[in-house]
Design a protein around this ligand. Structure first.
Ligand code: SF4
Length: 315
């Protein structure tokens, strides 16, 4: 166990910018975790604790994204091929013990829904995007959000797409567009997309890296209902004031993280489901740590939990 003076010295080094913990690019998902609970952020991005289980809906989203990419890259040339490619990849999850299925949304449910979904998806992808020759898929862009603050983004799709008007109509010409693919059991509310920070940081990052203005950003939601549909929510590029507000709030969070401010937020522990870190934070639940959580051998950051207990909780 490290001593108080060791911990203080390490903290001073970090504050002085001498490397150490949490000196890595930020992202929207990091900040979402941080705003939810400082301790959640610390446990996830410090020692690197993660849940052992993964939701079936996430596995479906990742697998579906793979076939969407296959269609746009011209590797899958019909709805049938799209479905078959999905089914071939989906097999690996059939008896995967790490996947947590819903009571009505099991492995077979997604397999069956994907057949009809492929029919509407294939047609929509061809209609709105086509077969782009110069698109970028899942590329990591790391860029300076502000002096000393790096941001990393991995947009699903950067390339041409038809222009979408606010009234829902389509413009005939394609524009540089950043799209995030989503899979959902229902349609998304369209208003939330307007200020969504993920899309804002995609826009800023892509513009910085490609040195080209992005015309529109948005979501393509693959709705896997019995009558499936594809929902395009594309918005014009964020105006300057939205980008400035986004950058300002990201800098504030970055500074707090670098100062080692990781306050617990007990209000978040059971809000919208149970936080995955409950076995670590609640003494009565410690017996569940091994069953539910895993920590890598080498932590992402060399910061000990002892220091955290000293500085951020008791201090
Ligand atoms: S269990 Fe509660 S205090 Fe612990 S990380 Fe989760 S939200 Fe924060």
């Amino acid at each position: 166990m490290s001593s108080t003076s060791d911990n203080l010295a390490a903290h001073q080094n970090r504050v002085a910018g001498n490397g150490g913990a949490f000196d890595f690019p930020r992202s929207v998902s990091q900040r979402r975790a941080y705003r939810q609970c400082g301790m959640l952020y610390y446990l996830r991005y410090g020692p690197g604790w993660t849940g052992k289980k993964r939701k079936g809906t996430y596995a479906f989203g990742d697998t579906w994204q793979g076939v969407v990419q296959g269609v746009l890259q011209g590797r899958l040339i019909s709805p049938q091929e799209m479905y078959e490619a999905f089914a071939a990849d989906w097999v690996k999850f059939e008896s995967d013990p790490a996947i947590e299925w819903g009571s009505k949304t099991g492995w077979r449910f997604f397999l069956e829904r994907s057949r009809k979904l492929a029919e509407v998806s294939f047609a929509e992808l061809r209609r709105v995007i086509g077969l782009p020759s110069d698109a970028v898929y899942d590329e990591r862009f790391t860029y300076p959000l502000a002096p000393g603050v790096r941001e990393t983004v991995i947009p699903d799709y950067v390339g041409p797409a038809l222009g979408r008007c606010m009234d829902g109509s389509w413009l005939p010409n394609q524009k540089l567009t950043v799209v995030d693919w989503k899979t959902s059991d229902r349609e998304y509310g369209v208003v939330g997309v307007e200020l969504d920070e993920q899309l804002t940081t995609y826009q800023v990052g892509v513009q910085h890296m490609l040195q080209e203005p992005v015309a529109q950003v948005g979501l393509c939601v693959f709705v896997y209902q019995a009558l499936p549909k594809v929902q395009w929510i594309l918005r014009p590029a964020r105006p300057r004031e939205v980008v400035e507000q986004f950058v300002a709030s990201a800098i504030v969070d970055d500074q707090r993280i670098r100062r080692g401010e990781f306050p617990r937020n007990p209000n978040a522990c059971f809000f919208r489901g149970r936080c995955e870190m409950v076995p670590l934070c609640y003494e009565s639940q410690r017996h569940l740590i091994e069953e539910e959580l895993v920590k890598p051998e080498t932590p992402r950051n060399p910061q000990s939990l002892d220091w955290l207990a000293l500085d951020a909780i008791d201090g």
